[in-house]
Design a protein around this ligand. Structure first.
Ligand code: ZN
Length: 255
């Protein structure tokens, strides 16, 4: 049987399916990856996202952070793969998305149950009073931005180097991984700890692993049951056909 049909069969019979996504799902939306030859770290010094450096040099860090995460990424849009996952949830074929991305594209595509393992760029958090703000409600012309309430330093509400994973996101992810029957891994090669452990935990608890990646990953020969080697958007289209999900005329982004 065709690998996509096999994957569709697993998704249809699974009582609880979780998607686990990484940078690879957002590449086709135009979001650059951090690693690799063309990655952001070839142009920027990773220390701008080191929590100690950030706290000591907030203005310097923020100038680069604004360039990378706010001037550019605010204009990107979800792609077919994001819409596909939102549609799966609506069709009750998917229970949640655990994402390592901070770009908010799953929510923009319509996914409701999204666990942001590394937090989100969509919000800023005050390092003094811990109040959070929508990032687009804060003026970034004067850097660093400060808390309107207490004048404390604002930081993007995603995980910086040396910061722990948000407790609630970690607990929810572990719970979902332990209890799902199928995990669809998309656009992540399993190199970033501890996020990379999530699919392994699912596998250990008996879940079937469907992997969508362009290249083979750390998962492919260890825990993956079905490997769909393709770009996220192409694989999503194939999988959608295999699942025989109908188009909705109202959503022109999802054809
Ligand atoms: Zn504050």
């Amino acid at each position: 049987m065709d690998e996509y049909l096999k994957a569709a069969q697993i998704i249809k019979t699974s009582k609880k399916t979780i998607a686990f996504t990484g940078a690879g799902i957002s590449v086709e939306s135009g979001i650059p990856t951090f690693r690799g030859v063309d990655g952001l770290w070839s142009k920027y010094d990773p220390k701008i996202l080191d929590i100690d450096y950030f706290l000591q040099n907030p203005k310097k860090s923020w100038e680069k952070i604004k360039e990378i995460f706010y001037d550019y990424m605010q204009n990107v849009k979800p792609n077919f793969a994001h819409f596909f996952l939102a549609k799966l949830e609506k069709e009750k074929l998917l229970d949640a998305v655990i994402t390592q991305n901070i770009d908010n594209l799953h929510q923009e595509a319509g996914s409701k149950n999204v666990i942001e393992f590394h937090g989100t760029a969509k919000k800023l958090i005050c390092m003094n009073c811990y109040k959070t703000y929508e990032s687009d409600s804060i003026d970034l012309t004067e850097l660093p931005p400060i808390c309107p309430k207490c004048l404390g330093l604002l930081k993007p509400n995603f995980v910086f180097f040396k910061e722990p994973i948000p407790k609630k996101a970690l607990e929810s992810s572990l719970e979902l991984a332990q209890n799902c029957e199928c995990m669809i891994v998309i656009g992540t090669t399993g190199e970033i700890m501890p996020a990379s452990e999530i699919p392994k935990i699912a596998k250990l608890n008996g879940a079937k692993i469907i992997e969508i990646n362009i290249e083979k990953s750390n998962y492919t020969h260890t825990i993956t049951d079905i490997f769909l080697q393709n770009r996220a958007t192409i694989a999503s289209k194939e999988l959608k056909n295999a699942l025989r999900i109908q188009n909705e005329n109202s959503n022109s982004n999802f054809k």
